[in-house]
Design a protein around this ligand. Sequence first.
Ligand code: GLV
Ligand code: MN
Ligand code: MN
Length: 410
Amino acid sequence: MRFSSSPADGSRFTSAWADLAGVGRDHLRGGYSRHAFDDAEMQLREWFVEQAQRRSLDVERDRNGNLWAWWGEQGTGAVVTGSHLDSVPGGGAFDGPLGVVSALLAVDELRLRGVTPARPFAIACFTEEEGGRFGLPCMGSRLLTGAVDADQVRRLHDSDGVSVAEAARRVGIDPAGMGADPARLASIGTFVELHVEQGRLLQAADPTAVVGLGSEIVAHGRWRITVTGQGNHAGTTAPADRKDPMIPAAAAVLAARRAIVEHEGAVATVGRITPTPGGTNVIASAVALWLDVRHPSPTVTAGIVDAIASAVRDEAEMEGCTVMVQRESMVDRVVFDPGLGLQLSELLTAPVIPTGAGHDAGVFAAHVPSAMLFVRNPSGVSHAPEEYADAADCLVGVEALADVLATLVR
Ligand code: GLV
Ligand code: MN
Ligand code: MN
């Protein structure tokens, strides 16, 4: 792979990166909390618009709140690159913004190389990729591609009870316009997303590799389990009188860990649990918990969810509680376009790796040839404040993205 990082290149990356460093810091959890349409994410959007305009790109916001910055005329067969600006609660700096910053710098690099796209080209920032506010991952790309029902999305709400429709209206988006955008989708010829590596598959494939290419995304989904019992006094309620929903909730946590041990290649996580009312000296009346399950096979994924749900139900029966399981989202395994993958792996001589993380590129892959580039993250830690990629590696990522785009826009 060509690597022409010079001190000037390095300062371009670090200065763009420094612009974002103070936006949306989460002083309680650490890291960043930047959620769809909140102040932090809106600030990042403004930054993106300004950066795009400085580069004479034409910026528009689509009906689903996704941002598009066009280099030249819009039209069919467009080469699109980009990622997202939102984060998980208390997340890292790189997941999402690295793809956006790299796309902007790749445009600079293409211009330095004298490349003028022979086909339409855009950088996109997609709304609520993490599902951190409204619970639905890849909300913007799923709305655009028609993968979700717009009515259902409009009704989703955040933990303060604000609906997607209300939140969109507050930032000037007409919620009635949200939904499938077939003309825009039909205009995209290729989608490429650069992303920080999550996990350690890249270094396992090649310890010296700085950039990898994505081959596939495993099947993954989210389920909400609500256990209802009887709220009561923590000090005065005899063991026999307790209907404590936290006990079946605990069974879900343990069953999730068992599933990982029992199913090769599976992961199952309870990362969020909310007791109602949530008092130290109160037996909860209800507990909501969210289950994230992933495995290459959708059938195995569904089987794991069933096993965890039945562990919760067994415990609930003994405890005198009731259980409700609702699927909030599910994505089948996605295999990225093999032809595009082969073309790019020959171009970059980069290792090809699967990923357990969901991405907007996975949503687009069902409609247009899509690809992903992963930039080395030495610890593999992601969705946490410690997520990190070295600036020199990020520059290699920009170069690789520019190489890819230069080939695709011809
Ligand atoms: C998104 O980052 C996900 O995989 O949850
Ligand atoms: Mn993420
Ligand atoms: Mn991401």
